[in-house]
Design a binder for this molecule. Structure first.
Ligand SMILES: CC(C)(COP(=O)(O)OP(=O)(O)OC[C@H]1O[C@@H](n2cnc3c(N)ncnc32)[C@H](O)[C@@H]1OP(=O)(O)O)[C@@H](O)C(=O)NCCC(=O)NCCS
Length: 234
């Protein structure tokens, strides 16, 4: 019997780590610990998300999160994907670091998103997990830029973006719980990227690239659509 779930869904083979933090695709076996971590993300006075899912009663919050992450798996395609990675700090699940992209093979500009249990916020974890995913997006997927966004009253998220090298890229109103709120987009180019202080170890990138239809044609160069790679070995 097959035991390797990454053959069914290649993101399951991804493992990104740096220092005490490891990121991997959310498995069903992670979900109960993950919804526990989501029990306390922010005070009611801070509304960091477009919908207040973190403020729902416990059972509704858990069911909403599970549905969201299951849907991301089943709807994943090279042209429209959301990759939510569970964050482990010293082996314990503490949150999610994600990236999503539309038309990635052409635009190469994913957008990052994240949340952490309140108990571990303010200790540098949010910065390190963002640096890890940006390392993966630039180095392994050939992203040309990475974007993010935050409501203007979310200083921690804005501080993380700036620490990692993102710069403001437009301010406008966005809906938040159905009401307009000031929101700023940020963009990070490779030349501004503040890398983490320790090396990032990445497993499963080849399989993930193949799932996106990309391939490393030349060592050290950005991955290209697999069909455009010329085989010089003929
Ligand atoms: C955003 C989030 C992921 C950041 O993770 P974190 O571990 O708290 O972030 P870090 O500890 O790496 O860095 C936080 C930075 O924000 C700064 N910060 C935090 N609160 C701040 C405030 N009220 N004013 C100004 N800066 C603030 C910290 O000083 C720190 O910067 P420093 O290291 O230069 O001092 C986390 O706070 C979180 O999950 N928040 C709730 C959900 C959320 O906002 N998600 C993002 C949606 S856009």
């Amino acid at each position: 019997m097959r035991s390797d779930f990454s053959k069914l869904w290649p993101p399951f083979g991804l493992r990104l780590s740096c220092g005490p933090i490891e990121l991997s695709a959310i498995r069903d076996s992670d979900l109960l610990e993950l919804v526990d971590a989501a029990a306390d993300i922010h005070p009611d006075s801070l509304r960091p998300f477009p919908e207040n899912w973190a403020g729902l009663p416990a059972d509704a919050r858990a069911a909403t999160l599970a549905r969201k992450y299951w849907a991301q798996r089943s709807s994943f395609s090279p042209n429209d994907w959301q990759l939510s990675l569970v964050v482990r700090l010293d082996g314990q699940i503490v949150g999610v670091q994600g990236a999503e992209a539309k038309a990635f093979p052409a635009l190469r500009t994913p957008d990052t998103y994240s949340w952490l249990a309140r108990g571990v916020q303010g200790r540098g974890v949010g910065t390190l997990m963002r640096q890890i995913i940006c390392s993966f997006l630039f180095d392994e997927l050939g992203a040309t830029a990475v974007t993010s966004g935050a409501y203007d009253d979310n200083p921690a998220s804005i501080a993380v973006s700036k620490k990692v090298g993102y710069v403001p890229n437009g301010r406008r109103l966005e809906l938040r719980d159905g009401v307009a709120a000031a929101h700023t987009k940020f963009i990070l180019h490779p030349s501004n990227f503040v890398r983490p202080p320790l090396p990032v170890e990445i497993h499963g990138a080849d399989q993930f690239r193949a799932y996106l239809g990309l391939q490393m044609c030349d060592p050290g160069a950005a991955p290209q659509p697999a069909e455009t790679c010329v085989d010089d070995a003929r």
